[in-house]
Write a protein that binds this ligand. Structure first.
Ligand code: MG
Length: 459
C-alpha cells in the first residue's frame, strides 16, 4: 500500500504536505528509478494553471537533474497533452503538476510512463520505496542533466486529435459550442481545436487562472450553472466543460440539460462498437447502460478494478476499441490510452454529425437505469473476511446469477446488480446498486447491506 501516491498521484495542500522538500525528494526518487534501466533518461514536465506550479516544477526538476535525467519543460498544458507528447516524442517519462479538480490551495504530482499512460501502482510503489529509503542515485558534476523548454506540445496534440476524427463531417455542421474551461489548462487547447473543427464558440472561463475565479473546478451541475443557462440562451448545439487539468469532459445538451458522465460514456461505447463490435473496458462500478449498448452491437465488455490507469492498461492488453470511467473520463485508443477531454468533445461532435442527431436524441437512445449508493461501517480488519464470506454465501444463492470479485464483491441478480467495495482509506464499504426501478435499486442495496452486517457480527 502506497503512502504518498493515492488514486490520482500525490495530492496535498501547498506548502503544508505538498511542499518543495517533498517535490525535490520525489524528483530524486523518480530519477533514481529511471536511471536503473535507462542511461540518460529524458523526462517531460508540464503543469496546469495553479499558482504553486513553478515552485513544484523547479523542485522536481532539480531532483531529476541531480540524478542525471534531462528535463524538457513543456509548460502549461492539459494532462492528456503531456501524455501525448511523452509517447509521440519518445520521452522516457512525464511529470504533470496538477491537483485536477481540487480547490486552488491544493496541488499534486502525477506520473506518466513512456507509452503515455498514467503510472501503474507498481511504478509508484517503487518510486515511493526509493523516496523513503533515501537511496538516491547521484551523478558526477559533468553528468548533471540538462534543462530545456519546448513549446510544441499543444500543436502536436491538436494535430493528433484532428488526425483521429472526421474533420470534414464536423466542419460541415458549423456547430455552435458553449465551452467552459473552468479557467483550467484546457483553455490553451480546446478553443483552438474547436475553431479548427469549424465551430462557433461562446467561451466561459477560457483564460487559465489558478485561483479558479469562475467556479469550482469539478464539473458538477452546481458548478456549471452558467453553462447550463447559456447553451439554450444562445441556441448552441452543445455545451462542454473540462476539469482543471482537462482530462475529463462533461456535456450539456442543446436544451440545457446536464448530461451525467455515465451517459456520455455509454454514447462513446455505443458508437465505438457500432460497426465492428470489439472489446470495451470499464470499471465494475459503471452502469449497465454501458454493457447494454455494447452487447447490442455484438461487442464485449471487460470490467476492471476502479482507476483509470488500470482501465488504460487492460485496454492496451486487449486491443480495445473504447474504454473509460463515468466521471467524464473517456478513453479513445485511436488517439491515446488515457482520459482525454478535448478528444471527447471532438468525438461527441463527430457522433452528432455522423448520426445527424442532437445530443439530447443520442442520450434518449441510451437505456435508463436507476442507481442507489450508500456507505456502511466495517472495521478495516474485517473487510477481507466479509468479502470472502459474502462471495461464498451468495454463490449458493439462486437469485445471484454471477459473482464478480474484481474489486469488492459485485452480485448480478435477475433485476439488477449490487456491489460492495471496501474503501482504501476509511473503515467503510461503499455499496452501489442499480436496477430499472429506483425502489428495486434501493431494496438491493439495503438487502445486501443487511447480509454484510450479519457477517460482520458473526465474525
Ligand atoms: Mg482531472
Amino acid at each position: 500500500m502506497t503512502k504518498l501516491f493515492g488514486t490520482n498521484g500525490i495530492r496535498g495542500v501547498v506548502n503544508e504536505d505538498m511542499n518543495c522538500e517533498l517535490a525535490l525528494g520525489i524528483g530524486k526518487a523518480w530519477g533514481t528509478y529511471l536511471k536503473k534501466t535507462i542511461p540518460k533518461p529524458k523526462v517531460a514536465i508540464g503543469t496546469d494553471a495553479r499558482l504553486s506550479n513553478h515552485m513544484l516544477k523547479c523542485a522536481i526538476s532539480s531532483g531529476l537533474l541531480a540524478t542525471g535525467c534531462d528535463v524538457i519543460d513543456v509548460g502549461l498544458v492539459p494532462t492528456p497533452t503531456l501524455q501525448y507528447a511523452v509517447r509521440e516524442k519518445g520521452y522516457d517519462s512525464g511529470v504533470i503538476i496538477t491537483a485536477s479538480h481540487n480547490p486552488p490551495h491544493f496541488n499534486g504530482i502525477k506520473g506518466v510512463a513512456s507509452d503515455g499512460t498514467e503510472f501503474s501502482k507498481d511504478i509508484e510503489e517503487e518510486i515511493e520505496k526509493i523516496y523513503f529509503q533515501k537511496s538516491f542515485f547521484k551523478v558526477k558534476w559533468d553528468e548533471v542533466g540538462k534543462f530545456t523548454t519546448w513549446n510544441g506540445s499543444t500543436d502536436l496534440y491538436i494535430n493528433g486529435i484532428l488526425n483521429s476524427v472526421d474533420v470534414d463531417i464536423i466542419k460541415n455542421k458549423n456547430f455552435h459550442v458553449v465551452l467552459d474551461c473552468g479557467n483550467g489548462a484546457g483553455s490553451l487547447v480546446t478553443p483552438i481545436l474547436l475553431k479548427k473543427l469549424g465551430c462557433r464558440i461562446t467561451e466561459l472561463y477560457c483564460e487559465p487562472d489558478g485561483t479558479f475565479p469562475g467556479h469550482n473546478s469539478e464539473p458538477l451541475p452546481e458548478n456549471l450553472v452558467e453553462l447550463i443557462k447559456k447553451v439554450p440562451e444562445v441556441n448552441a448545439d452543445l455545451g462542454a466543460a473540462q476539469d482543471g487539468d482537462a482530462d475529463r469532459a462533461i456535456f450539456v445538451d442543446e436544451k440545457g440539460n446536464y448530461i451525467w458522465g455515465d451517459k456520455s460514456l455509454a454514447i462513446g461505447a455505443k458508437y465505438a462498437t457500432k460497426e465492428k463490435g470489439g472489446v470495451t473496458v470499464t470499471p465494475v462500478t459503471t452502469s449497465s447502460m454501458f454493457d447494454d449498448v455494447v452487447k447490442e452491437n455484438k461487442g464485449s465488455i471487460i470490467h476492471t478494478a476502479v482507476g483509470s490507469p488500470i482501465v488504460a492498461r487492460v485496454m492496451i492488453e486487449n486491443d480495445s476499441v473504447f474504454g473509460g470511467e463515468e466521471n467524464g473520463g473517456l478513453i479513445f485508443p485511436e488517439l491515446q490510452y488515457c482520459r482525454d477531454s478535448a478528444m471527447s468533445i471532438a468525438k461527441i461532435l463527430e457522433i452528432m454529425a455522423k448520426e445527424e442527431k442532437k445530443l439530447s436524441e443520442l442520450v434518449e437512445e441510451i437505456p435508463k437505469y436507476e442507481v442507489f449508493k450508500l456507505k456502511m461501517p466495517c472495521p478495516n480488519d474485517k473487510k477481507e473476511i466479509v468479502m470472502r464470506t459474502l462471495a461464498e454465501e451468495t454463490k449458493k444463492d439462486k437469485n445471484v446469477k454471477n459473482v464478480d470479485e474484481t474489486d469488492g464483491v459485485k452480485l448480478y441478480l435477475e433485476d439488477g446488480w449490487v456491489l460492495l467495495r471496501p474503501s482504501g482509506t476509511e473503515p467503510i464499504f461503499r455499496v452501489y446498486s442499480e436496477s430499472k426501478e429506483k425502489s428495486k435499486a434501493e431494496e438491493l442495496a439495503l438487502n445486501y447491506k443487511k447480509i454484510a452486517e450479519d457477517i460482520i457480527k458473526s465474525k
